[in-house]
Write a protein that binds this ligand. Structure first.
Ligand SMILES: Cc1ncc(COP(=O)(O)O)c(C=O)c1O
Length: 479
């Protein structure tokens, strides 16, 4: 979100926070226009614009002659159920599926419900630009020097370390290697612990970037079922590791905080159990914390790394979702693999560009990140709530829906034997995109599921697209 947001947006955001926190519960009366103007020392026009904005976002509704009230929400749809997964590890063919998706989504008139990309207006573009200028003023030679350190800018590593200290865990700056986005962090982590032909236990359904990565590195994947709310099933992993298929497992890969696509959050007790199980089985744990800062309720869950006592957890993340998707800066907390990660980084891409790193370090040092996150989280919460509501209104009876507590993707399970790969072909012809469920499995599961991106403000066009998708799903389910 840009720092230069108009005043009525700021007032609307403050009211949205009160609504999201429950301080203003469903059906509560909202202050009148006059009262709001007085309370906030703003003009009547600004007060009206704030209330209209909240109404457009579906957070409040007007009642004739009575004023504005917090909108009521219907009971949520049931969450998707776990499916049975193969108990053997396999190589995946994610690349071919991704190519198909990219070809189909080449149509520019799409509803932006596909890839997990947020609205650029959600990010503090003006403040980032001035941080970049400050970085260049402070180090005028920045563009002309070769980065000396493979592990990245010291000031950025210190800021990342300070951020995690604020969250409540120690992540020493010296343990961090700065990377080109989270994908490079994951690539390094995976290469540090596994060789081609090795097996990695992976939560399922899982972000398709992992599948693509595993395919390119030639590692086999053993899918571990997830609980819709609590994330990867530690019990199922324990059972798999004890069986024949679990013998060659080198590492486990999870998104414990707000998984993609399911949105689940692993409770702290389970994170402890997972780390302990990895210790028992002597395997590495690779953790993707890219959505950790995006809790809808404003809390900040600890990563599994916080419970790591013997440096076996490789924490990977980036600023791509939380602050600046365009800078391609991520990091991996390397633990016992520090030396090999630095060597791998040198081989893979050399050092990461300095200017974006110093810009981020300046921005983080300015103390504005928390304020930005507060607004971003509210927007994510609101957009997810609007899309969820619309899906419940327009999708066929029996549809199940995730209830993400963070991030901005929704996981939808359709009733009947619907194949969302086929549905995608039809929907894309009408300008509606999404990601078919089979993209999130190494074994082609979830054919009747799909993922929706909620990264953009909810508009009539998005509502219309969801309505059309619901109609197509209804027809497909009836066949
Ligand atoms: C869970 C997860 N990890 C990693 C990435 C990729 O991150 P980056 O763009 O920083 O490489 C994504 C992008 O959607 C993601 O959802």
């Amino acid at each position: 979100m840009d720092d230069s947001a108009p005043l009525y947006h700021v007032v609307a955001d403050d009211l949205a926070t009160l609504i999201a926190s429950g301080a203003l519960p469903p059906r509560a009366r909202i202050p009148s226009v006059r009262r709001l103007a007085l309370q906030r020392r703003i003009s009547i026009t600004t007060a009206v614009a704030s209330l209209r904005l909240l109404e457009q976002r579906g957070l409040i509704e007007s009642r004739p002659k009575s004023g504005y009230f917090v909108a009521t929400r219907r009971a949520p749809a049931p969450v998707p159920e776990a499916v049975s997964l193969p108990r053997t590890a396999r190589l995946v063919g994610a690349e071919a599926m991704l190519k198909r998706l990219a070809e189909a989504s080449a149509n520019p008139v799409m509803a932006r419900l596909g890839q997990a990309i947020p609205d650029p207006a959600l990010y503090p573009q003006a403040a980032l630009r001035s941080s970049q200028m400050r970085a260049l003023r402070r180090q005028p030679e920045l563009l002309a020097i070769y980065p000396a350190r493979m592990r990245g800018s010291e000031s950025l590593r210190r800021q990342i370390s300070a951020h995690y200290a604020h969250v409540g865990m120690a992540l020493p700056a010296d343990d961090l290697v700065i990377t080109n986005g989270c994908m490079e962090a994951l690539t390094l982590a995976l290469r540090a612990v596994a060789r081609p032909g090795d097996t990695i236990a992976i939560e399922s359904p899982v972000y398709f970037g992992f599948l693509q990565l595993a395919e390119s590195l030639g590692v086999k994947l053993l899918e571990v079922p997830m609980h819709p709310r609590d994330g990867l099933s530690v019990e199922a992993l324990r059972e798999l590791l004890g069986g024949r298929s679990g013998q060659g497992v080198r590492a486990c890969l999870t998104i414990a905080n707000f998984s993609n696509p399911g949105g689940s959050l692993m409770p702290e007790s389970r994170k402890r159990q997972l780390v302990a199980l990895c210790r028992e089985a002597d395997i590495a744990l690779i953790e993707d914390d890219i959505y950790g800062d995006l809790a809808h309720d404003g809390s900040r869950p600890l990563p599994c790394k916080a419970f790591d006592r013997d440096d076996r957890v490789l924490l990977c993340s980036s600023f791509s979702k939380s602050l600046a998707p365009g800078v391609r800066v991520g990091f991996v907390a390397s633990g016992r693999h520090h030396d090999s990660l630095r060597a791998l980084k040198q081989n893979l891409s050399g050092a990461t560009a300095l200017l974006p790193q110093e810009m981020l370090a300046e921005y983080l040092a300015s103390g504005r990140y928390e304020r930005h996150l507060r607004r971003l989280r509210e927007r994510c919460a609101e957009q997810v709530a609007r899309v969820s509501q619309c899906v419940q209104d327009h999708f066929p009876a029996g549809t199940r829906l995730s209830q993400p507590q963070g991030g901005y993707v929704l996981w939808v399970e359709l009733p009947g034997a619907v194949d969302t790969m086929l549905l995608y072909d039809e929907a894309s012809r009408c300008g509606v995109d999404f990601v078919p469920g089979a993209m999130f499995s190494a074994s082609g599961r979830y054919a009747n599921c799909l993922r929706l991106n909620c990264g953009f403000p909810f508009t009539a066009a998005i509502a219309d697209a969801i309505h059309r998708l619901g109609e197509l799903a209804r027809l497909a389910a009836a066949v």
